[in-house]
Ligand binder design. Structure first.
Ligand code: ASP
Ligand code: MG
Length: 423
């Protein structure tokens, strides 16, 4: 039994859907397929939420655009699916969404966001499932919200493992199908509210299912040949890492390598389930294997760039030692505003934290900090991480940038820099 996960870029157009359908068609084992929303649908839904929440104009147009994109794609696919039935189902989803969005949003932004943004995966899986049926792949469409139970920590919901395990084992038991199609990224609370697991969370869904079903392996199909030693959009000629350990994958994902969602590895590592990252453009290619006991391979310097960072420097007004007096309360404030720290460094009287820029969370945090501490910040800085660094590798990425913070361990170096490094 296998789990395949396909992200948004694999299903961004009709050609993409045909391609992944062929990959699914060629797999004759028992299979669970986890799919994200089509292309950039999740971004478009985020925009939609912003429009209604902030009461800005343009909702109708934005809504129609998303809707048209899905119906046009279905038409273009023009497979042997029963199109009127699929269109009816999609219409119903869009109708419900429109109704929801024309109503009052309530007073919890994150909760409102999840009810809307979770829809994209329902649409994409409905379309892919129908197309597969048309191809003659008998498969079952399963609503992930009937399996993935979470708390109400909206936008980064935490999984209730016991309840989820029970539901997954019951629902995906292969007695009624060989292939199941379900959504990544989404879940549900005990009060039947939709939740999401955090952006790019479909990988995590695949890992949850993999863990529970003790699958032979999980394959994440991407538009890159596997895990590379740098983001091809940020550097030329990155090389493929054919084998890495779980530990390495966790480190890379944690520091911002966008190839796998950081939460994906642990559930698989716990059950020693290998994870493969492969290209949906070259299904025959080897890709990257991630498992416990990979033979020691030469450690390739690996680069991770995190853009749009804010570096906040905080010090007590009275010059007391920051570690003694203030650390706890600074972290309480970060926690209160749900701001995740990407890097932290302290001196005797100040502490610096590097965080993702975020228009919603940061103004509140900065106001609270300024009320209590001397607070400065640098906007639009870049966090560079080099794993298995060499001096040559560092030279390659620094290119005269102004270094605001440097931190080294034996295996990893981090820099917070101002100005863009170019290759
Ligand atoms: N569609 C969601 C997102 O774009 C989940 C995912 O792609 O993994 O964040
Ligand atoms: Mg996506």
């Amino acid at each position: 039994m296998l789990i395949y996960k396909f992200g948004g870029s694999s299903v961004k157009n009709a050609e993409g859907i045909r391609n992944i359908s062929e990959i699914i068609y060629n797999q004759k084992n028992k299979l669970v397929v986890v799919i994200s929303a089509l292309g950039c649908t999740t971004n478009a839904l985020e925009q939609l939420v912003k429009l209604t929440w902030d009461k800005l104009p343009g909702f109708e147009r934005a809504f129609e655009k998303i809707k048209k994109f899905h119906f046009d794609l279905l038409k273009e696919l023009d497979g042997k699916e029963k199109r009127p039935e699929v269109e009816k189902r999609l219409s119903l989803y869009f109708h419900e969404l429109e109704f929801l969005m024309k109503g009052k949003p309530g007073n919890d932004f994150d909760r409102y966001y999840d009810q809307i943004v979770s829809q994209g995966e329902l649409w994409s899986t409905t379309i892919v499932h129908a197309y597969l049926e048309g191809l003659g792949v008998a498969s079952k469409w399963v609503d992930a919200r009937e399996m993935i139970f979470t708390d109400d920590h909206f936008r980064s919901a935490r999984v209730h493992w016991e309840k989820t395990e029970e539901a997954v084992k019951k629902r995906l038991n292969f007695s009624d199908a060989r292939v199941y199609i379900t959504q990544g990224f989404i879940g549900r609370t005990k009060n039947n509210l939709s939740t999401t697991l955090g952006r790019e969370g479909s990988d995590f869904t695949a890992a949850i299912l993999g863990n529970i079903l003790e699958t032979e392996k999980v394959v994440i199909w991407k538009d890159v040949p596997g895990v590379l030693n740098g983001d091809p959009k940020a550097m030329p000629d990155p090389v493929l890492l054919p084998e890495i350990t779980y530990q390495e994958a966790i480190e890379l994902a944690y520091f911002g390598a966008r190839v796998i969602h950081p939460k994906t590895i642990k559930p698989l590592q716990n059950k020693k389930i290998p994870l493969f990252v492969k290209s949906f453009y070259q299904p025959q290619g080897g890709g990257t294997s991630i498992k416990e006991e990979n033979k020691p391979v030469e450690k390739t310097p690996t680069f991770i760039f995190k853009e749009k960072q804010l570096l906040i420097s905080i010090s007590p007004w009275d010059f007391s030692f920051v570690i003694d007096q203030s650390l706890g309360s600074i972290f309480t404030l970060l926690n209160k505003h749900k701001v995740k720290v990407n890097l932290i460094q302290n001196s005797a009287i100040s502490i610096s934290v590097c965080v993702d820029e975020n228009d919603r969370k940061l103004p509140g945090l900065l106001a609270d900090l300024k009320n209590n501490y001397k607070t400065y910040y640098n906007k639009d800085v870049r966090l560079i991480t080099v794993r298995h660094y060499t001096e040559e590798a560092i030279q390659r990425v620094m290119m005269g940038d102004e270094v605001l913070i440097e931190q080294r361990t034996r295996s990893t170096v981090h820099f917070v820099v101002r100005k863009r490094a170019k290759f």
